[in-house]
Design a protein around this ligand. Structure first.
Ligand code: NCD
Length: 307
């Protein structure tokens, strides 16, 4: 069934199509979004087994702006908290015949597994440490709003790389488009096998070296919920891997600072940087809606396979 499980298996033209379509859905400056009729009568279910503010809300808004109905279910308020298995929960929802299920789960591969059994298209809204495809798409849209191409850009991703599905999806996408990706973080959070995911990936534990000459700096939150033991002392983290104004001068003068959110001020990024002219963090949030509109339209109007 048609869906969106990850960036890894998407072809470059498919990604380009989504990014171009998202541009059509971006609001004209100072104008509010108009509600469209493209998915009238369709229904999507948001099923989130992990916390979310941005992703869940923007999928819901995206569906509604296209004229679809959207309902959101969180694990704590569902029968999952009564011991129902993932397969039973999903089968129950699928029996109500929504047109798509948007799903976030702490287990890597959970949506891929379910997509094999369910007749309903599944959109992956983040699976464990694996992929978060719509985040990479909205990140690419945000960069391309400011740069003509991704080709040749030095994109430095800093933080808890090991546990980041955002890093992995971005790595796949940026590599497909010829960006030079630099991954930086403490050695305990920087798995060396990631350099094999795509050609030309640079790994370093030295934040200054990583930032030097960067076009884009993408900061990541330390995913404490996925760490079974502390990988780096919290008190030291900001000193070594927190983005501060003094770092910005090492990058290209027009560097873009990104963060998928939620941000932890004073932990991975200083307020001065997060609120600076270089920061596009809220533009990312805004683009989340346009990109998810493009994804939902594609998923609900096409009959390609889950990818
Ligand atoms: C990210 C996620 O959940 O993977 N957040 C998001 O979707 N915007 C990153 C994070 O939680 O740190």
């Amino acid at each position: 069934m048609a869906g969106l499980l990850g960036i890894e298996r998407l072809e470059r033209p498919e990604i380009e199509e989504i990014l171009d379509r998202a541009k059509d859905f971006q609001p004209v400056q100072n104008e509010s979004f108009k509600r469209l009729d493209l998915l009238r009568g369709r229904m999507v279910v948001n099923l989130f087994f992990e916390a979310s503010t941005r992703t869940r809300t923007s999928f819901e808004i995206a569906a509604k702006r296209l004229g679809a109905d959207a309902i959101s279910i969180t694990a704590s308020g569902s029968s999952v908290s009564k011991g129902e298995s993932l397969v039973d929960t999903l089968n129950t929802l699928a029996a109500m015949r929504p047109d798509a299920i948007i799903m976030r789960h702490s287990a890597s591969g959970a949506p891929h597994f379910l997509a094999r059994y369910l007749p309903t298209p599944i959109v992956n809204a983040g699976d464990g440490t694996h992929e978060h495809p719509t985040q990479a798409l909205l990140d690419a849209r945000t960069i391309l709003d400011r740069r003509p191409t991704l080709e040749g850009l030095r994109v430095t991703i800093i933080g808890d790389i090991a546990h980041s599905r955002v890093a992995r999806s971005n790595l796949y996408l940026l590599s497909k488009f010829g960006a030079r990706v630099v991954l930086c973080g403490p050695a305990s959070l920087l798995p060396s096998e990631l350099s094999q995911l795509a050609p030309g990936i640079e790994l370093t534990t030295d934040m200054r070296q990583a930032i030097r000459g960067s076009d884009v700096i993408m900061m990541l939150r330390v995913q404490l919920e996925r760490q079974h033991e502390s990988a780096f002392p919290a008190s030291e983290y900001f000193r070594f891997y927190g983005l501060r104004l003094e770092h910005i001068g090492l990058a290209k003068p027009d560097v873009i600072v990104m963060h998928p959110g939620p941000i932890n001020r004073g932990r991975e990024i200083s307020s001065e940087v997060a609120d600076s002219q270089r920061s596009v963090i809220l533009n990312q949030v805004e683009n989340g809606i346009a990109v998810r509109m493009a994804v939902l339209e594609r998923v609900l109007t096409r009959t390609c396979r889950n990818s």
